[in-house]
Design a protein around this ligand. Structure first.
Ligand code: GDP
Length: 501
């Protein structure tokens, strides 16, 4: 991070933590195990077990490049084209050594071509041509493109940057730990009241690599400790806005540079903004923060500590907050519209998701026993609130939205809308600066007070052409005038010579 871009007093701390197993043993997002590694290389676990040859990436690539045919043989002989699968297996078994039962099962499944132009498919059950309809038909094969994209992105891994903002004590760290089942705040130092008076907004960054079913995710959590904690909170959103801009600037520089191969993308994809459950709707600071940032980042409002409210209060507060968001013209993250051909269940879920804004959440990092089941929740003298029970709060809806259904959309909106706005703004400013500089140089050249710096060519081909034509005309006129005066001078000289004589 480059110094000087954040306001003075704003510090940035960076941590990298490794995932820790939480009390809840059911979750699978841990550091990679052997099983996960083999799953990563194969499109499906079952497939990896049955076809050991599919579990090795390099082998798959070899298969894709070079069909396994003996040298000197044409890959697709007519006899092979028309023989039914069973007959092919039989004829093959005559000349081949006898196969064991397991080997012959492998032979039947993987080495018998389904489509004549594809001798062996590396995609196993995920092969888009793997059905009876396609038997014997000729295909170019580009229906496997989605598989290729899938494979490449799984290999590369994914990244996601989530920002949490809101005054301290609203349960931000507890919620983040509950969402990703990691202890991201091990080293956090809590300040006392006296220390907080002088504290400015800090930006801290925690990175954790998590892996689930062979898919790797580099998760970055950006926290804003100190936000809204001071006696005077005027413009305390500024350092957060500066941080987001700084990430855009870094990305803009990197992608305009020479080496664009390994650009690190630290752009913030989503900001969970925590609203206190104790106020009556939004506070001025909430409005100010969201209005200052809504064009830079996807804001998802959160109603914190929902267990401190009755269901009727939650409903009333949600309604009031939604109303105020509209009233103040705050543009929070908009869920994309459902396609009309989606099934009714999906449409219903989508509608419920939109109605849940702001998500009323409960966070907890402890596992308690409720009705004989171990659940993540909060234990009170009068009962247990379960974090993952949708009758108690919107935690599951929020997690599903963030991770399962909308993570890619959040990234797309960041790239296509927020970053694009930043980029356009930057380019506009740069163009303005160039024009200003050009005009300044022109003035300097005309006044002759300085060394003339070559003027930047006029914008647009047409203008440039006109200027060149004009220059040509002026030069021509000057040449004519010169030759004319030369001629006149010569005439004069010869005339005076004659007169003298
Ligand atoms: P942060 O400063 O915003 O990161 O807040 P913390 O996550 O440190 O939580 C502050 C306190 O609130 C801790 O004592 C948590 O146990 C508690 N807490 C966190 N989430 C909840 C919640 O959903 N409900 C209630 N009642 N308390 C919570």
């Amino acid at each position: 991070l480059r110094a000087g871009l954040l306001p003075s007093g704003c510090e940035i701390a960076e941590y990298t933590v490794s995932p820790v197993a939480m009390e809840d043993g059911a979750h699978e997002a841990h550091a990679s195990s052997d099983e996960h590694e083999s799953l990563a290389a194969s499109p499906n676990h079952h497939d990896a077990e049955q076809h050991s040859c599919h579990s090795d990436d390099s082998e798959v690539e070899n298969i894709m490049q070079e069909p396994p045919h003996p040298a000197g043989h044409r890959p697709h002989t007519p006899s092979q084209l028309h023989l039914p699968a069973a007959a092919r297996a039989q004829s093959g078994s005559r000349s081949e050594p006898r196969l064991s039962r397991r080997q012959s099962a492998e032979f039947d499944l993987s080495s018998v071509p389904i489509s004549p132009t594809r001798p062996k498919s590396p995609w196993g059950p995920f092969d888009p041509y793997n059905n009876n309809e396609d038997q014997g038909k000729e295909y170019v094969g580009f229906a496997t493109l989605p598989n290729q994209v899938h494979r490449k992105s799984v290999k590369k891994g994914f990244d996601f940057t989530l920002m949490v903002a809101g005054e301290s004590g609203l349960g931000k760290s507890t919620l983040v730990n509950s969402l990703f089942l990691t202890d991201l705040y091990k080293d956090r130092k809590l300040l006392n009241a006296e220390e907080r008076i002088t504290q400015t907004v800090e930006i801290t960054k925690h990175t954790v690599d998590i892996e689930e079913k062979g898919v790797k995710l580099k998760l970055t959590i950006v926290d804003t400790p100190g936000f809204g904690d001071a006696v005077n909170n005027t413009e305390c959103w500024k350092s957060v806005a500066d941080y987001i801009d700084q990430q855009f600037e870094q990305y803009f520089r990197d992608e305009s540079g020479l080496n664009r191969k390994n650009i690190q993308d630290n752009r913030v994809h989503c900001c969970l903004y925590f609203i206190s459950p104790f106020g009556h709707g939004l506070r001025p600071l909430d409005v100010e923060f969201m209005k200052a940032l809504h064009e830079k980042v996807n804001i998802v409002p959160i109603l914190a500590k929902a267990d401190t409210l009755t269901p009727a209060e939650v409903k009333k507060k949600k309604f009031k907050i939604r109303e105020e968001i509209e009233q103040y013209g705050i543009k929070i993250y908009q869920f994309p519209d459902c396609d009309s051909d989606e099934d009714d269940d999906f449409k219903q879920q989508d509608h419920q998701l939109k109605e849940s804004i702001p998500f009323a959440v409960i966070g907890s990092n402890t596992v308690v026993e409720a009705k004989g089941k171990r659940v993540r929740g909060r234990l009170y003298p009068w009962g247990i609130v379960e974090v993952e029970n949708s009758a108690h709060c919107d935690f599951v809806k929020l997690r599903n939205m963030l991770v399962r259904t909308h993570m890619q959309d959040l990234k797309d909106v960041t790239r296509e809308t927020h970053y694009e706005n930043y980029r356009a703004h930057c380019i506009q400013n740069m163009t303005r600066m160039v024009v200003k500089e050009r005009n300044r140089n022109k003035l300097t050249r005309e006044s002759g007070t300085d060394f003339p710096i070559p003027v930047v060519p006029a914008v647009g081909d047409e203008t440039e052409k006109l200027i060149r034509e004009k220059d040509e005309e002026v030069r021509h006129a000057e040449q004519q005038r010169d030759s004319h005066s030369q001629h006149e001078h010569e005439c004069e000289q010869s005339y005076s010579h004659v007169v003298k004589q």
